[in-house]
Design a protein around this ligand. Sequence first.
Ligand code: ATP
Length: 238
Amino acid sequence: MAEPILSVQSLSVTYGAIRALHGVSMEVYEGEIVCVIGANGAGKSTLLNAIMGDVRRESGEVFFDGKPLAKRSYQVVAQGVSLVPEGRRIFSPLTVHENLMIGAFPRKDMRQIEEDLEWVYGLFPRLQERKDQYAGTLSGGEQQMLAIGRALMSRPRLLLLDEPSLGLAPILIKEIFKELKRINGEGVTMLLVEQNARQALMLSNRGYVLQTGRIVLQGPSQELLVNPDVTAAYLGKL
Ligand code: ATP
């Protein structure tokens, strides 16, 4: 079997007296969409933030493409990993275009940046129509598109997504997830954390269940979707 593009080995994170991750191990292979599902406070954001280097890894290792992943986020981005943060964190007083250009920082290859901008506008024509509009005036769904577009502007091989469905109406969630599938089809591997377990499992190839900082279950998403423990705890009624 090929080497994973991302390998997280026995990762632990503490915040003062709180241990948020207890020896988490997981892999993502090139081309996959992998999801991590779990309840509020399970440690999903901590996992992504620790991979990005935004939160200190107390112990354990993270490898990207067979090499240790840097510990500072700007170096992690340079290695080919980028994050769409929870709550989008777009820059409201800047325009759509300016937000996207921030995602290209610190690249200097202007021709390639222009090409990537065209790519992102092609993926999200609504952003192109609104490129001079202040980001703070976009709708929730459009802001999520912008957050995804901004992360794509660093040309990542691996995109980390923290709850892209948060606060969006079901129809917009469908639209965003369809777009993620398309972006994945264009060669971007994805690791997605979600409370919206059903949608996340339907989108992904494989899934992990995180419970109070530990992986308690993993498998192909199609199997997790019909697993009685997952159904009872995370999927609720249709
Ligand atoms: P949610 O879906 O609600 O965002 P989550 O699964 O992403 O939850 P985390 O945000 O990773 O969970 O939080 C995991 C645990 O770590 C929680 O108990 C949380 O209170 C705690 N925690 C997170 N960030 C901090 C922090 N900066 N300082 C102290 N404790 C924190």
